[in-house]
Design a protein around this ligand. Structure first.
Ligand code: AMP
Ligand code: ZN
Length: 522
């Protein structure tokens, strides 16, 4: 099916790419790269599992969220009308959630007891705070806002009704400790993860669950009875809280329908989360749930699994915050570019060397924006056209980038095309005609819509914020230095330059005026 002309998720009209690229993705369910054929031609429904908000999101989480973002951007650029839902898990889940029937301690409850947790009045407060911070990181890294961002705690009624319906349909049973999904009642269980036979499935459940009334070791919890839990709701089975998997089934179906096109998450979610989600949804609707399942490989840092103990654990917050605030002062879009430099299905090793290299690429991109008369900070406001027809000789470069992204989100190839175009702009500049500048500008806008690394798109994301420095003081110093130079007070001008150097600011004098940048500090 050829994608239709349509509207972007952000509302801007775009023309279809001159060559309609088939949108191809690797489908975990079939273990093949497939052409995406949505249920309703031209429309794409997409659900991506969001974070559990018990602390700041780390760069691994954002590797998975970025895959979702790039999928939306690519589908939109191809002309699909995308409806995109991503949730916030603000109840539970348990520390042993990587086993089908979660045991262990509730992550939120544990976070509340931690040193950082002491500042919150209660667990609801803690969840709200980290959910807001997540959205702030989301904007700094230029991720598109989803069409809907539902929260688990705001869909408790629907979750309880879904559990009741599974009981009514004979797919679930109640014990003294909770309500369980009966895996034996759903023959397709195991086909997503490939854990097809009961023995393999039982082996992948590392912990044997302690409920003696459970009928089958594979069965997983839909509801936990617990009247001592910090977050509890009243249900037909008494006070308690839902199992982790049911929230995504319920919210995906409520906002996108019983059958959705694409479902995504990190590779750890294949089993048990997505396997269980699929079983619940299909048992509820009797229809196939998601047609394509997309999973992102885990990010490694400096060659190792990211962990606090190895000292290689980085939240987005820590990397972006200024040195003064104890952070590393990384440019948000350099971080985004670093994360998307590796293909989402391949192992990717994140290092400070890769951030340094991408910080240099970002600087060149900023120079390219200036060369085509765009203010890097205001580019989103004066967004201009990104219609491929107005890109002139840059159009083939756009087309190649779109072809790469349509080919199972080949970000390394798309970035290589971006760097090629930047090189072309910079080597022709100054000396670009007005027409060429406009064409290159349209291309840069188009590339930003596709990859989101050229300039910040969210209003306020470039403003000084909790994570960024206030530049007013630097601007004042630069102005004062200019004044001193104009008055030939060179001693004063040099002293100010020294002050700026101490603040880690590099000043660059050029015939077009003075520019400055922060020196990298990592
Ligand atoms: P969580 O908050 O643990 O539910 O995780 C939110 C999302 O981040 C899920 O899709 C996880 O699969 C994903 N995720 C967690 N750690 C990593 C990692 N190191 N690399 C890539 N994705 C990850
Ligand atoms: Zn989920």
């Amino acid at each position: 099916m050829n994608p239709p002309a349509g509207q972007c998720v952000d509302g801007a009209n775009i023309r279809l790419a001159p060559v309609a690229h088939p949108f191809q993705l690797f489908n975990t369910l079939t273990r093949k790269v497939e052409n995406v054929e949505p249920l309703v031609p031209g429309q794409l429904t997409f659900y991506s599992c969001g974070p559990t908000v018990y602390s700041f999101a780390h760069i691994g989480n954002f590797r998975s969220f970025l895959t979702a973002d790039l999928l939306v951007r690519t589908a939109t650029a191809l002309g699909y009308d995308v409806r995109y839902a991503t949730n916030i898990t603000d109840v539970g889940h348990l520390t042993e959630d990587d086993v089908t029937d979660a045991t262990g301690e509730d992550r939120m409850a544990r976070a509340l007891r931690s040193r950082e947790g002491q500042q919150f009045a209660n667990v609801w407060d803690l969840a709200r705070y980290y959910a807001d911070e997540l959205i702030s990181d989301w904007k700094h890294l230029n991720l598109r806002e989803p069409s809907v961002r539902p929260r688990a705690t705001e869909h408790m009624r629907e979750q309880i009704l879904a559990v009741q319906e599974l009981l009514d349909r004979g797919h679930a049973y109640e014990t003294k400790q909770g309500v369980y999904f009966s895996v034996a009642s759903f023959p397709g269980y195991g086909s997503l993860s490939g854990n097809l036979d009961a023995t393999t499935l039982e082996q992948s459940v590392r912990d044997v669950v302690s409920d003696p009334e459970k009928k089958d070791a594979r069965d997983f919890a839909l509801w936990k009875k617990d009247d001592a839990h910090l977050m509890q709701w009243y249900s037909p089975w008494g006070w308690g809280f839902p199992g982790w998997h049911i929230e995504c089934s319920v919210m995906a179906m409520q906002y996108l329908g019983d059958e959705i096109d694409i479902h995504a998450g990190g590779e750890d979610l294949i089993f048990p989360h997505h396997e269980c989600e699929r079983a619940q949804s299909e048992a509820l609707s009797g229809k196939p749930f998601a047609r394509y399942w997309v999973h992102t490989r885990f990010l490694q840092v400096e060659g190792k699994k990211m962990s606090k103990r190895s000292g290689n654990f980085h939240t987005v917050r820590d990397l972006l915050a200024s040195l003064e605030k104890g952070g590393r002062g990384v440019d948000p879009l350099a971080l985004r570019m670093t994360l998307l430099a590796g293909h989402y299905r391949k192992p990717y090793n994140f290092t400070f060397d890769t951030i340094r290299a991408h910080t240099r690429h970002r600087e060149r991109l900023t120079e390219a924006l200036r060369a085509v008369n765009m203010d890097p900070m205001d580019a989103a406001q004066g967004a201009g056209t990104s219609d491929p027809a107005s890109m002139g000789s840059f159009e083939p470069l756009y087309d190649r980038a779109l072809a790469a992204m349509s080919d199972d989100l080949n970000t390394p190839e798309a970035l290589a095309v971006l760097f090629e175009g930047v090189k072309r702009i910079l080597s022709a500049s100054p000396g670009l005609s007005r027409d060429e500048q406009n064409q290159a500008a349209a291309w840069l806008h188009g590339m930003n819509r596709l990859l989101g690394v050229v300039y910040p798109e969210h209003e306020g994301a470039q403003e000084p914020s909790a994570t960024q420095q206030d530049d007013t003081h630097i601007d004042e110093l630069i102005e004062e230095r200019q004044k001193a130079r104009a008055e030939k007070d060179f001693a004063r001008a040099d002293a100010i330059r020294g002050e700026l150097t101490a603040l880690n600011i590099e000043v660059m004098d050029s015939p077009d005026g003075v520019r400055w940048k922060r020196k990298t500090t990592f």
